[in-house]
Design a protein around this ligand. Structure first.
Ligand SMILES: Cc1cc2nc3c(=O)[nH]c(=O)nc-3n(C[C@H](O)[C@H](O)[C@H](O)COP(=O)(O)OP(=O)(O)OC[C@H]3O[C@@H](n4cnc5c(N)ncnc54)[C@H](O)[C@@H]3O)c2cc1C
Length: 474
C-alpha cells in the first residue's frame, strides 16, 4: 500500500479548532494541563497506538502492565481526552453498545448478552481498580444508575428489561423500583417504574483519561500529543506513520480513533472506512444547584438517570452539585467530514425547559454551558474490536454513548491481541466475529439520521402527551 499524505488542512481530526472552542465542562473546570511534546524526528517502537481517548490510553497502560519490556508509543492529534472521552456525561453505565437488553438478547441471544455484560463488568472493575492502584482522583462515586421508563409508555419495558437481565445473569446487580418510589425520589411524575443498577456511578472522565495517560507514562509509554497521524504506510516490514514533524515505525499498530476512524489516512485501503459512522451528541450543564434546589429535587441516590425508552436522554448529577443533561433530540449524524459540534444555542435555550418539564424543582435553573462530542455507531450497534484486514493492525470503534467502561476493557483486549495472547477478552464473540460494515458512508449517515428522526417524532408524540409537555424547538 502506498503512503497517503493528507493535505495540511486535514492534519488534525476535522473540526479541531471548533471542538476546542466548545470544550466540555470537564475541560473548563479542570486544572491547567501541560500536554506531552509532539513527535519530532524518527522513532521505532514495538506497538504504536493512535488516539488518546479511553480506548487508546487503556491500551497503552495495559500493554506496559502485561509486558513491561514492550516499547509503546501513543500519538494523539490534539490532547488526551480531546474526543468523546473528555466530553461525555460522566456516567459509568452498565450497558453494552447502542443496544438495550431487549435488542441485545433479541439479536444475539441471552448467552452472548451475558458475555457482553460480563465484559463491561470487567471494564468497570478495571476503572475502580486502576483508580486505587494508580491514585487517579477522578471523583468516582459508586451510585449505580437508575433506568426509568416514561409514565406515558407504561412500566412494561422495565418489566421486560428486568426479565432479560435475569436471563443474562445480572439479577444480583439490578433491583426494581416501583413508580411511586421513583416519583418520590426524583420529585417528578413523568416517570413510571425503574430498575437500579448497582454497578458504576458518576465520575470525571477527563480526569480518568489524563490519570491513565500519566500512569502509562510512568510505566514507560511514550505519549506524543499534538501529533496528528497524516499517513499510514503498510508496505514495509514495519508500519510507518507520519505526523507533521515526525515519523514512527512499529511492528503493530492500534487504531483507537472511534468516531474519527473513517477520517484516518488510508482508512479505505485498511478496510476501515465503512466500519462505523459518527453521531454528534450534545449536552448542557447547569450552574451548581443550591442546597434548596437539591432538597426539593430529592435524588437520594445521587445516581445518573437514564430513560429506558426510544428517547435518548440522560441526567447526571456532578461532584460539584450541577445537573448534566444529554438531550438526545439534538443528536445528528454528520453528512460530511466535519466532526465539529457547534455550541448548540437551541439546546442551551431549551435545556432549562426540558429539565423543568421532567423535574419541576429545576424550574428557572441556569444553564452554564453546552457542548457536544462524537460517538460512533456500527450497523448493528455492537462495538468493533479486533484485527483489521492487515493482521498487524488492531482497532476499536463503535463506542456508543456508554463507551467508557467498554472502551476501558477494549484497551485490555487490544493489548492482549497485540501481545499475541488468547484470553477471555480476545475470545469474546464480538471480538472474534466478522464485523458488519455500512454499505457506504452517505447511506450510513442517511440511515442513522432516519433512526434519529424517528425518535424525534416519538419525542414529540410522547412529549405532547406529557403534562407539562416538553417544548421541543423546531
Ligand atoms: C455528550 C456525550 C455524552 C456521553 N456520555 C457518556 C457517559 O455518560 N458514559 C459513557 O460511558 N460514555 C458516554 N459517552 C460516550 C463515550 O464518551 C465514548 O463512547 C468514548 O469516549 C469513546 O472513546 P474512544 O477512545 O473510542 O474515542 P475518543 O475519546 O473520541 O478518542 C479518539 C481520539 O482519537 C484522536 N484522533 C483522531 N484522529 C487522529 C489522528 N489522525 N491522529 C491522532 N489522533 C487522532 C482524537 O483526537 C481523539 O482524541 C458520551 C459521549 C458524548 C459525546
Amino acid at each position: 500500500m502506498e503512503a497517503v499524505i493528507l493535505n495540511a488542512s486535514a492534519k488534525r481530526p476535522s473540526g479541531g479548532s471548533v471542538l476546542n472552542r466548545s470544550r466540555s465542562h470537564w475541560w473548563n473546570t479542570s486544572d491547567s494541563y501541560q500536554p506531552a511534546t509532539p513527535l519530532i524526528g524518527h522513532v521505532d517502537v514495538d506497538v504504536c497506538i493512535v488516539g488518546g481517548g479511553i480506548n487508546g490510553v487503556s491500551t497503552a497502560y495495559h500493554l506496559k502492565k502485561l509486558d513491561p519490556s514492550v516499547d509503546v508509543a501513543l500519538l494523539e492529534a490534539e490532547v488526551v481526552g480531546f474526543g468523546a472521552s473528555g466530553r461525555n456525561a460522566g456516567q459509568i453505565i452498565m450497558k453494552f453498545g447502542g443496544t438495550s437488553p431487549e435488542r441485545l438478547v433479541g439479536s444475539h441471544g441471552a448467552d452472548r448478552g451475558r458475555e457482553a455484560w460480563d465484559y463491561v463488568h470487567r471494564g468497570i472493575a478495571f476503572i475502580e481498580d486502576v483508580r486505587d492502584e494508580e491514585g487517579i482522583a477522578c471523583d468516582y462515586t459508586n451510585t449505580g444508575t437508575l433506568n426509568v421508563c416514561l409514565r406515558v409508555e407504561g412500566d412494561g419495558r422495565i418489566d421486560e428489561a428486568m426479565r432479560l437481565m435475569e436471563r443474562m445473569g445480572q439479577s444480583q446487580y439490578v433491583s426494581y423500583v416501583e413508580r411511586e418510589q421513583v416519583e418520590q425520589e426524583l420529585g417528578s411524575n413523568q416517570f413510571g417504574a425503574a430498575y437500579h443498577e448497582s454497578r458504576g456511578g458518576q465520575f470525571n472522565p477527563l480526569k480518568l483519561v489524563r490519570g491513565l495517560k500519566s500512569a502509562a507514562e510512568r510505566r514507560g509509554v511514550w505519549v506524543y500529543e499534538n501529533s496528528p497521524v497524516a499517513s499510514i504506510d503498510t508496505t514495509g516490514k514495519l508500519i510507518t506513520l507520519q505526523t507533521g514533524l515526525g515519523v514512527i515505525r512499529c511492528k503493530r499498530l492500534v487504531l483507537a480513533t472511534n468516531a474519527f476512524t473513517h477520517l484516518l489516512p488510508s482508512a479505505k485501503e485498511l478496510g476501515l472506512a465503512r466500519e462505523q459512522t459518527p453521531l454528534m451528541v450534545k449536552g448542557v450543564i447547569t450552574e451548581p444547584l443550591t442546597p434548596q434546589q437539591w432538597e426539593q429535587l430529592g435524588w437520594p441516590r445521587r445516581s445518573g438517570v437514564n430513560i429506558h425508552s426510544d428517547l435518548f436522554y440522560s441526567f447526571a448529577p456532578t461532584a460539584d452539585g450541577r445537573m448534566l443533561y444529554v438531550g438526545g433530540y439534538y443528536t445528528s449524524a454528520p453528512w460530511d467530514r466535519n466532526l465539529a459540534p457547534e455550541v448548540d444555542m437551541r439546546l442551551k435555550r431549551a435545556g432549562p425547559d426540558h429539565l423543568a418539564a421532567f423535574f419541576p424543582a429545576l424550574s428557572g435553573v441556569e444553564v452554564a454551558q453546552t457542548w457536544g462530542g462524537p460517538i460512533s455507531i456500527t450497523p448493528d450497534w455492537i462495538p468493533h474490536v479486533g484485527e483489521a484486514s492487515d493482521p498487524r493492525i488492531l482497532y476499536a470503534c463503535g463506542c456508543w454513548g456508554n463507551g467508557m467502561p467498554c472502551g476501558a476493557q477494549n484497551g485490555r483486549t487490544l493489548a492482549e491481541l497485540a501481545l499475541g495472547m488468547r484470553t477471555e477478552n480476545t475470545d469474546v464473540w464480538f471480538v472474534t466475529r466478522k464485523k458488519q460494515k455500512w454499505p457506504s458512508r452517505i447511506l450510513a449517515a442517511f440511515l442513522a439520521n432516519g433512526v434519529i428522526r424517528k425518535r424525534h417524532v416519538a419525542s414529540r408524540r410522547i412529549g405532547g402527551r406529557m403534562n407539562p409537555p416538553l417544548r421541543f424547538p423546531r
